[in-house]
Design a binder for this molecule. Sequence first.
Ligand code: NDP
Ligand code: 8X3
Length: 252
Amino acid sequence: MAKVVFITGATSGFGRAAARRFAADGWSLVLTGRRLERLQALQEELAARVPVHVAALDVRDAQAVLRVIEELPEDFRRVRALINNAGLALAPEAAQKVALEDWHTMIDTNVKGLVNVTHALLPTLIETGAGASIVNLGSVAGQWPYPGSHVYGASKAFVKQFSYNLRCDLLGTGVRVTDIAPGMAETEFTLVRTKGDQAASDRLYRGTTPLTAEDIAEQIFYVASLPDHININRLEVMPTRQAWMPFAVDRD
Ligand code: NDP
Ligand code: 8X3
């Protein structure tokens, strides 16, 4: 029977590239995201190669998450890899200038949404047992502070610690858990973060060499297809042309 991967946020960026990467290796795909037309376009692209099931899903809606999983067709039920990728940053300005609603949206999506899907699929993954994987998309922002990261970085710190803690509880079940923490990668991420400012997005990536969606898809595929006895706990991946800054100091 083909291996099944369940991907959240498959309409863009890492999620869409991961769908293509798993398809290239013959996995069956469950592709979710809010933009159904994009899911259908991806289904059309990949369905000649592998079985593809798509479902419009907002991960913030815990009931909808349960429904999508309950309604999985028989051939897609035995999920082997869950890719918790859906997420976003908003409001790159200083914390004191950010609308509370934007903080709530990030927490509801990056924290509660990821928890909703994980909770709903844990029984299936445990049933799959050896070789099953949960791959969570964290971020360098979950480890390293920087201005304008506020709740986004904090939500990704949650992803890291939740991943580690899951490892403890899943010990003995065969289910692996990985926190993949990318640095700067050119996707629709900055367009979303700036609420549609394409020029700002272009400016951020101009003159350097960011990671691509395909670079991260390759890492996601790698950790989910290692031999059953290997668990990568955390994988932090930066472009070669990105690094840290010295501490900032306030001076007179
Ligand atoms: P994109 O904006 O290109 O893709 C984000 C995906 O998340 C989209 O498919 C979007 O689908 C989905 N999504 C957002 N909100 C929801 C929701 N409420 N319910 C379901 N799906 C949702 O960004 P990336 O591919 O770059 O980001 C993917 C993940 O990687 C995110 O978790 C992000 O935080 C993380 N990341 C990104 C980095 C980067 O520099 N690009 C670096 C480090 C981490 P739709 O809108 O159709 O629902
Ligand atoms: C997104 C990467 O560098 O903007 O998670 O924090 S970065």
